[in-house]
Design a protein. Structure first.
Length: 586
């Protein structure tokens, strides 16, 4: 701004002069500004142009000419829209015109532009209104290199350096995409999730370099199994790989792929002077994409891989919803088991042991059941194993023992003429992890049950090779007058000579012997001969013999002939509640 001259007494003329003066000085200064601006504009590294509101190029700098490979005349002759290749793209052209007409402040987009020499260019275009004026400032930046660099960085971030395969991050991205069904796809996804068997040993013994080389070789074999474009092979980390089938046609396709992977890995690997053999365990999951999630699929694949390993490795296993259900309830059960004992969710059923010759009721076996609040009544095979694993069997076993003895004493008092033995199953851990002898002594004292009316059932494997604590416990219990029975005899070592040295009173022949008898039309004399010899030997050693799983009269008759003492099974009664036993006694 010019400095206004004048002051008091300044006339109109001079005022006008002042104004003119001031105006011209403003223009001069604007001209200077424009000149400076022009100079900067001309020499700037950034490619720029000034556009008129109709889109014609008023002025363009050298950098823009260089970038687009056009002479300054060509630049000003053509409209900006055609220079930037916008004419063919209605959407981009619309946005461009919106800025020109003032409907929109700014436009920024990335486009492929064809240069004057025909070469392609990836450019970021910015169009905005020049400050205060009607003209618009266009700037164009070559982002090809930047984008290439970005892509290289992304590639590095998304790939595993050892095998050059897509890594976990990229795999999850693709899997997530695959879960979104779109037209033209089968709508199904297949996954082969594999883990090398014994890879750790290679790594540990031959070192990481050999390990890495082996992984890279495995990756190449996996790629050879994959259909280019159709399957994605990725390394998830360590020795875990995954093959994704995007447009799966069914479980057959996924299991065939798994099979081909196993075959491909069968040939040994020659790596860094070593000949190495590896196998893989593969979890196969195949399902509808709709309703699937990447994490859900991977959880299923993980579980299935675990099954493949547990089933013996070097194989593929297909996801099985039922097996999974079982696993889930197993988890759910194991979580609630401990409190269940405290909450008293268990009940006992009793199954009669009947004298084979007279048909008299001699005793009952106590069989525990879990009245689960969600799953209903559960048989012991659902939870005894879990209870043994987590140790809650000790508490549960103590409760079973106390409740059985209380009930047996009640029967003894109510029906003194027909004393019943109660037979209680004891888990190995109860012998090892608790003071079974002290527990039994205390319970017998509390309930008043005579020790001879209590029988403890242990499995062969529990007492086999017993020395130290278990052996002492058996002797102490025997001395107390409690009977010891070997449960499921015949399924383990069946070492009668060994049993005879233990303080054992009874054998319970496993149900499989009786089932081996078959029917009258197809008798199996071999089985009968074995059982007969067993019974004879047991009797000579002073043991009584109970046969389990007696399901019909014919079996009962043959067992009686062979010389078994008592029988237990559905032929006599299923396991029943205590009241039902009371009714039998009455
Ligand atoms: P176990 O001691 O051999 O018990 C006999 C099993 O055979 C019982 O199954 C019984 O219901 C079943 N059974 C009885 N008669 C027949 C028959 O004629 N045919 C067939 N097919 N089966 C018959 P349950 O009650 O399911 O018990 C399974 C196992 O659970 C028991 O086998 C025992 O090892 C264990 N168990 C049960 N209660 C307890 C317990 O309180 N503590 C411990 N540690 N284990 C228990
Ligand atoms: Mg038993
Ligand atoms: Mg048994």
């Amino acid at each position: 701004m010019g400095v206004p001259a004048g002051g008091p007494g300044v006339g109109a003329e001079s005022t006008a002069q002042v104004i003119t003066h001031s105006h011209s000085s403003a223009r001069r200064s604007a001209d200077t500004e424009l000149r400076d601006y022009r100079a900067a504009f001309a020499i700037a590294q950034s490619a720029m142009a000034l556009l008129a509101p109709d889109g014609t190029v008023l002025d363009a700098n050298r950098a823009l000419g260089t970038l687009l490979g056009l002479s300054p005349e060509r630049l000003t002759a053509e409209g900006a829209a055609s220079l930037l290749g916008l004419t063919g793209d209605a959407h981009a052209r619309g946005a461009f015109h919106d800025v020109l007409s003032g409907r929109r402040d700014r436009l920024r987009c990335t486009r492929r532009i064809t240069r004057g020499d025909g070469a392609a260019l990836r450019a970021e275009i910015t169009l905005s209104r020049a400050a205060g004026g009607a003209a618009l400032l266009l700037s164009v930046e070559d982002v090809g290199e930047r984008d290439t660099l970005r892509e290289q960085l992304r590639h590095l971030r998304m790939h595993d350096p050892v095998t050059r395969l897509p890594n976990r991050a990229l795999f999850f991205e693709r899997l997530t995409d695959a879960c979104v069904t779109t037209d033209g796809r089968t709508g199904r996804i297949g996954l082969c999730y594999l883990d090398l068997d014994g890879f750790k040993a290679v790594n540990d013994t031959l070192g990481h370099r050999v390990g890495d080389a082996l992984l890279a070789a495995v990756a190449r074999r996996l790629l050879s199994c994959a259909e280019p474009g159709g399957h994605l092979v990725a390394r998830l980390g360590g020795d875990e790989f995954v093959l994704l089938v995007r447009d799966s046609t069914g479980t057959g396709q996924a299991t065939e792929l798994a099979e081909s992977v196993l075959t491909a890995l069968q040939r040994p690997f020659d790596v860094a002077g070593h000949r190495l053999a590896v196998s893989a365990s593969i979890g196969v999951v195949e399902r509808e994409a709709a309703g699937s999630s990447a994490t859900g699929l991977m959880q299923a694949a993980d579980t299935t891989l675990y099954w493949a390993k547990a089933d013996g490795k070097a194989r593929w296993t297909l996801f099985d919803p039922e097996r999974n259900e079982h696993r889930m309830t197993r988890q759910a059960l194991s979580r609630t088991l401990r409190q269940a004992v405290e909450r008293g969710e268990f009940v006992l059923d009793y199954q009669p042991l009947v004298a084979l010759d007279s048909g008299e009721l001699r005793g009952v076996e106590a069989l525990v059941r879990w009245e689960h609040p969600h799953f209903g009544r559960l048989a012991p095979n659902r939870f005894i194993g879990l209870a043994e694993e987590d140790g809650s069997i000790v508490q549960l076993g103590r409760w079973v023992l106390a409740e059985s003895c209380r009930q047996a004493r009640a029967w003894q008092q109510a029906y003194p003429a027909a004393p019943l033995t109660v037979s209680v199953n004891v888990a190995v851990r109860q012998v090892w992890d608790s003071d079974l002898v002290a527990d039994v002594a205390a319970i017998l004292a509390q309930t008043g049950l005579p020790p001879r009316l209590l029988q403890l059932e242990l499995t062969e494997s529990a007492v086999m090779g017993s020395a130290g604590r278990p052996l002492q416990a058996l002797h102490a219990l025997h001395e107390m007058g409690v009977r010891i029975a070997i449960d499921d005899f015949g399924t383990g070592y069946s070492n009668l000579a060994y049993m005879s040295r233990l303080p054992v009173s009874a054998l319970k022949l496993d149900g499989s012997f009786v089932q081996g008898f078959r029917s009258a039309e197809h008798p199996n004399p071999a089985d009968e001969t074995i059982v007969e010899a067993l019974v004879e030997l047991a009797h000579r050693l002073g043991l009584t013999v109970t046969a389990e799983c007696v399901e019909n009269a014919e079996q009962a008759e043959r067992l009686r002939r062979i010389g078994c003492d008592t029988g237990q099974g559905w032929h006599y009664s299923r396991p029943v509640g205590a009241e039902a036993i009371s009714r039998l006694l009455a």
